[in-house]
Design a protein around this ligand. Structure first.
Ligand code: SF4
Length: 328
């Protein structure tokens, strides 16, 4: 008779591994979000101190077709055909999605394939390029980031490649706001002692008013960051900043899952795939998969015994992460 870890490893081998699609996962902003991760790990031109993927070692600054576009299209096609319930299809990446040179083709395919809205998460660093703005033009919602309005703070917080300049990001955001037909929800991630002072917020407000996004979404560090010294701002400070920024600002930190993915065929690989994208607490995973606590505990124990996952403490909470994909 096989022991439990051997049985688990065998079952992992038999499961179909999705290479690009993950979830649906409950998203703070988007409901049940079916994620499409289109890049190899940490393909990015920034190395933000709060990055959940971990520390980067090499910057990537030029768009490329990192995986064959047809391979991604086939997987999107088959997952939509499987009738899995979701509210929105979100292009995201283990890095910056606009560094995928055929993102426009993928968005167009998704728009034709499903009536559900299509969104893209982005660090906005390439918005000053007309070609990149065109690639995004068929999406319904763009979720760009802008954490600082001063170059010095931007460099300290987002640690960009040498070629990435804050003024290009700001001008690209203004440009896309004029041409893009859908919604732009601008995320500002606040880190204690870095971009939360009066001076920083005043400078940000001036620039954000000029960009005029449909929403301003304030966030802070809720999961283990790339650098251990990066700390979240308090809820009290977030409320002050929200009130100062105006009527279209909201706080998106207080995450509660908006929906539960009820599936009776949850496998260890489904949990590994979700953990590959971001570290999660026990109750996050429990909420996503609606699994019995004891069953989830035993899957996590076995994944841990088999060195597939590990855990790390952040803000006095235990986060699990996929050992193969996250730096410690
Ligand atoms: S948080 Fe996003 S933009 Fe920043 S380094 Fe990580 S992947 Fe790149």
């Amino acid at each position: 008779m096989q022991n439990a870890p051997v049985k688990l490893l065998n079952s992992l081998k038999q499961e179909t591994v999705r290479k690009f699609c993950f979830g649906p996962v409950p998203s703070r902003r988007l409901g049940r979000s079916l994620g499409i991760d289109i890049l190899p790990k940490k393909t990015c031109n920034l190395n933000c101190i709060y990055c959940e993927i971990g520390e980067g070692t090499n910057y990537v600054t030029s768009p490329n077709e990192y995986y064959p576009v047809n391979e991604i299209i086939q997987e999107i096609d088959s997952i939509i055909e499987s009738n899995i319930p979701f509210d929105i299809l979100t292009f995201t990446a283990s890095g910056e999605p606009t560094l995928y040179s055929k993102l426009g083709e993928l968005i167009l395919f998704a728009k034709k394939k499903t009536p559900k809205p299509v969104a893209a998460l982005t660090n906005a660093t390439l918005f000053h390029l007309e070609e990149v703005r065109n690639q995004l033009s068929n999406a319904d919602i763009l979720l760009p980031s802008l954490d600082a309005a001063r170059e010095e703070t931007f460099r300290k917080l987002n640690r960009p490649a040498a070629s990435v300049i804050l003024k290009d990001i700001i001008s690209g955001l203004k440009e896309i706001r004029k041409s893009f037909k859908g919604l732009i929800w601008l995320e500002v991630l606040l880190v204690k002692g870095i971009n939360d002072s009066e001076e920083e917020i005043q400078a940000l407000k001036k620039v954000i008013d000029e960009i005029n996004p449909h929403k301003i979404q304030l966030n802070t560090i809720v999961r283990p960051p790339a650098v251990i010294w990066a700390k979240p701002v308090s809820m009290e400070r977030l409320h002050e900043i929200r009130d100062y920024l105006g009527y279209n600002a909201e706080i998106i930190v207080d995450f509660r899952p908006k929906s539960i993915i009820l599936r009776d065929d949850i496998k260890a690989n489904d949990i590994l795939e979700v953990l590959k994208r971001r570290p999660m607490r026990f109750y996050d995973i429990e909420s996503i998969f609606a699994l019995d606590k004891h069953k989830l505990m035993s899957i996590l124990d076995e994944l841990s015994d088999n060195k597939k996952i590990d855990s790390r403490i952040h803000n006095n909470e235990v986060f699990y992460f996929n050992k193969g994909d996250y730096d410690q």
